[in-house]
Write a new protein. Structure first.
Length: 209
């Protein structure tokens, strides 16, 4: 199910990656021209474009995750089929961004230093969502206790499946779910493009009923 959910946003992610690729190629050309310029004092050095994406890899350093969020206006998603991928990342030397995870849940400011440019960066209102799948033991590996508050930031859905034989040769003519979700993903891309073109913000609220 996790892989199907990702198909809903894959077209948006791929569109952002394509834009980012084109911008980086333009940056490389400008950088080559800058390097060939004799009087660099009168020429401004090209600025490296932001790395645009929607789906952030969980196997990342803390600064890497925060930098990607900063490059994408503070927004990002994580999808992992194995929950211990994030658990192992949190246990690594530079990969523990658990505090950022918890702050992003409440859209609290995340601050960090970029070593490359010696720049102090603040993410004013980060928006990070994660969808993980795994076994109960993988959950306990990621969240061994409730002390640091990470446990309360997640909702848990336990799938108590009954072992029923499914005949894969039964001749089901129904369209595979993967194909359906590919279609839904294209629709989501259209929604995303429409929302990006709007000048104001939308507010959704439940009625009393």
């Amino acid at each position: 199910f996790r892989s199907l959910c990702r198909k809903l946003v894959d077209p948006i992610h791929k569109a952002l990656r394509e834009v980012s690729k084109l911008e980086f190629e333009e940056y490389q050309r400008n950088l080559t021209e800058y390097a060939a310029t004799k009087n660099k004092a009168e020429t401004e050095r090209p600025k490296e474009p932001p790395v645009k994406m929607l789906v952030i890899p969980a196997n990342n350093s803390a600064t890497g995750v925060f930098q990607i969020l900063n490059d994408n206006n503070g927004s990002g998603l994580m999808f992992e089929t194995e929950g211990d991928t994030l658990a192992l990342t949190f246990k690594s030397e530079h990969g523990n961004y658990s505090d950022g995870f918890r702050k992003a849940f409440h859209h609290e400011t995340i601050s960090y230093n970029r070593r490359k440019d010696r720049e102090f960066v603040e993410l004013a209102s980060p928006q990070l969502s994660a969808l993980l799948s795994g076994t109960p033991k993988q959950v306990s590996s990621l969240i061994p206790n409730a002390e640091n508050g990470l446990f309360s930031r997640f909702m848990f859905y336990f799938m108590n499946l009954r072992p029923i034989w499914k005949d894969v040769f039964a001749g089901d003519d129904e369209q595979p779910l993967e194909h359906k979700f590919d279609i839904y993903g294209k629709e989501f891309l259209g929604f995303n493009l429409f929302l990006r073109q709007q000048l104001g913000r939308f507010r959704f609220a439940f009625s009393s009923s």
